[in-house]
Design a protein around this ligand. Structure first.
Ligand code: SAM
Length: 289
């Protein structure tokens, strides 16, 4: 019987046995708080008829909790030096497949189709923090057949991801997440829950993806262009920012705002999701006249 993967002495010993040193560059902060992984697995849909895609196994502490509950776990890990450790720590499971690769580059659509053919799919991970936002965006933009994304992120990133659209805490990534699904905070995790301890606290969030297109945006590229340019100059009046960017006379842009029922001097951070969608669709009409 392998000792608990949250036992610090065991983890230190196994790392030493395999000559493994944690890499800061790869965001390697391993979970050692025994309550956290079971909670992520329970809340993250690790259950019968579900295949779980995990990003970043570390020494396998979350992977094991997922495999105890889900039908199958497929994990992507970039650091090949962890593989001999994982052979040992996850030896008792026959429903885990670990793929060596970069989660930002690997073909996720293909992996999901091949590995989870008859299963519903959920993502669970304690994310390497240096790729939190781009990775979440990748999972959303590729429109993968995923039910939920349940991930540990830095507290500040989590607050941004879950902020209501139309508030000062929101950002481009908030709107992007709200476009594809509903994000909420599940629970806080203190920095002492990791080995080594990071300098900041964390939180686990969950994004429940809409099963089909929820917001009726006529041109997604245009919508996200507005979001990107708007939030890059978030303190300025949106009307002027968009008039400049799209090379449309200010008076014409003011008319678009009026049609969309949006006050002319607003900043992007004050707009609700529906207002952003309306604005995008009215602008689409003008551009394609
Ligand atoms: N799940 C483990 C845990 O909770 O203890 C490890 C989490 S650790 C924060 C992040 C893991 O992601 C590390 O094992 C790291 O090597 C891996 N990783 C970093 N960058 C990656 C990438 N681009 N693709 C896949 N895995 C990556």
């Amino acid at each position: 019987m392998i000792p608990e993967l949250t036992d610090i002495n065991y983890i230190k010993q196994i790392m030493e046995n395999h000559g493994f040193h944690v890499s800061k560059a790869l965001g390697q902060n391993f979970l050692i708080n025994p309550t956290v992984c079971p909670k992520i697995a329970e809340l993250g849909n690790a259950k019968k008829n579900f295949g779980i895609l995990e990003i970043g196994t570390g020494v396998g502490v979350l992977t094991a909790e997922l495999a105890k509950r889900a039908e199958k776990v497929v994990a992507i890990e970039l650091d090949e030096k962890l593989f001999s450790i994982l052979d040992e720590t996850l030896a008792e499971f026959n429903n885990i497949k670990i793929i060596h690769g970069d989660a930002m580059k690997i073909d996720l659509k293909k992996i999901i189709a091949e590995e989870f053919a008859d299963l519903q799919v959920a993502v669970c991970a304690n994310l390497p923090y240096y790729i939190t936002s781009p990775l979440i965006m990748r999972l959303l933009e590729e429109k993968l057949p995923i039910k939920t994304i349940t991930v540990m992120v830095q507290k500040e990133a989590g607050q941004r991801l879950c902020a209501p659209v139309g508030t000062r805490d929101s950002g481009a990534v908030t709107v992007a997440v709200a476009y594809y699904g509903e994000a909420k905070k599940l629970f806080d995790v203190t920095r002492g829950s990791f080995l080594p301890a990071p300098k900041v606290d964390s939180m686990v969030i969950q994004i429940k993806l809409y099963p089909e297109q929820h917001w009726h945006v006529q041109d997604e590229n245009l919508f996200f262009r507005i979001i990107k340019i708007g939030f890059s100059q978030r303190r300025k009046q949106l009307c002027s920012v968009l008039a400049n960017h799209f090379n449309i006379p200010k008076a014409k842009m003011l008319a678009i705002f009026e049609q969309a029922n949006i006050i002319s001097n607003t900043r992007i951070e004050a707009l609700t999701m529906q207002e952003l969608v309306n604005l995008s669709n009215f602008l689409y009409k003008i551009i394609n006249q």
